[in-house]
Ligand binder design. Structure first.
Ligand code: ACO
Length: 329
């Protein structure tokens, strides 16, 4: 039998826009306060794209850093996948827009929609392409500009979200390294809990959709919270089982950064000490598909991940969806 290739992360990059929106700023916009936001979510500030920045611009900044860190040029790229729910346009895809910006002429390019789980879905997809030998490398980006679909008059949601992009280059790695397992899943029946209805083929953009605020995120926070706590637990157990690893073997836990209480509950279920869990929700808030790569890349750049470390990623999001992976760095 032909031995399957080992695929892993060979380059990383991240980008957040310069402008920062603090809890104090939000206090001036809606009826909220720093104490409520910090105690319920752990969020202190978030980065917001400038008016001339779209998702492909954030993705571009993360991509050029990832290429540099992998020692590759854009011409070397064979595949680009962007996980996003805030594409520049309905079409062309943001991946195609980025392919042109980078000059990655050889690369196939497409977007992937799995909300906050999108980055893990994207890595699993690219992993499959490289394992079969169809492509040698892939640029996978989680990028979202949630500020563009957030209603800044709705205190239930506007305190939760931020903008950013995280990128990785995948390629072949030595045996025993790279991705050991993935666990992806969906519960489409829960789609109504977290959605953006306006502007699609069911409810095309019209004066009514705009007046009704249908181009903003709708979320049932309490129900999404329950789903998150449940699947963060089941997905981590399943992905560890598939990898043949125990929770004691995890060196670093990189959960989706939506809410500190969800993160702590997942960490405690794994019986991990705080220092083994990456938390940056305080600085960036929930950046959807960018959340896991921003946390992963930050940890890698800070030297918190060392060669040979076992890293567990897990996320959940709209769809509803979840995605988890175990990687040996
Ligand atoms: N400031 C002050 N009060 C607020 C605010 C605010 N910003 N937002 C809500 N409240 C109020 C509510 O109106 C409510 O008041 P009421 O009891 O008088 O009605 C009260 O605070 C409590 O609301 P709860 O919903 O019980 O608050 P909860 O503890 O559930 O926290 C939160 C809300 C933070 C949204 C939480 O439910 C959560 O994090 N849910 C998961 C969110 C998430 O992970 N979403 C993923 C989306 S990712 C994607 O795919 C884009």
């Amino acid at each position: 039998m032909m031995k399957s290739r080992s695929v892993g992360i060979i380059g990383t990059g991240k980008y957040v826009p310069e402008k920062i929106l603090t809890n104090a700023d939000l206090e001036k916009m809606v009826d909220t306060n720093d104490e409520w936001i910090v105690s319920r979510t752990g969020i202190r500030e978030r980065h917001i794209a400038s008016s001339d920045q779209a998702t492909s611009d954030l993705a571009y900044e993360a991509a050029i850093r990832a290429l540099e860190s992998a020692g590759l040029t854009a011409e070397d790229l064979e595949l680009i996948i962007i996980a996003t729910i805030t594409p520049d346009t309905m079409f062309p895809s943001t991946a195609c827009i980025l392919q042109d910006k980078l000059g990655a002429k050889k690369a196939a390019a497409f977007d992937l929609s799995a909300a906050c789980s999108g980055f893990v879905y994207g890595m699993a997809t690219a992993n499959g392409f490289i394992q079969t030998g169809m492509y040698k490398n892939a640029l996978v980006i989680g990028a979202d500009t949630l500020s563009r679909i957030t209603d800044y008059t709705d205190r239930n949601t506007c305190v939760l979200f931020g903008d950013g992009a995280g990128a990785v280059i995948l390629g072949e790695v030595p045996e025993g390294r790279g991705f050991l397992s993935f666990d992806l899943g969906a519960e489409g029946a829960g789609g109504e809990l977290l959605k953006l209805e306006g502007g699609g083929s069911r409810l095309p953009a019209s004066n009514e959709t705009v007046q009704g605020g249908k181009h903003y995120i709708y979320m049932n926070g309490r129900e999404v919270f329950k789903f998150a706590v449940r699947v963060m637990g089941t997905a981590t157990e399943e992905v560890l089982r598939k990898a043949g690893k125990t929770k004691e073997e995890i060196d670093l836990f990189v959960p989706h950064q939506a809410n500190i209480r969800i993160i702590q509950s997942a960490r405690q279920r794994l019986s991990l000490p705080e220092e083994k869990c990456v938390v940056n929700v305080d600085k960036y808030a929930n950046t959807s598909a960018a959340s896991i790569p921003l946390a992963l890349v930050e940890a890698a750049e800070d030297g918190r991940i060392k060669e040979g470390d076992t890293v567990l990623l897990v996320g959940f999001g709209g769809g509803l969806t979840w995605g988890a992976s175990v990687i040996v760095w």
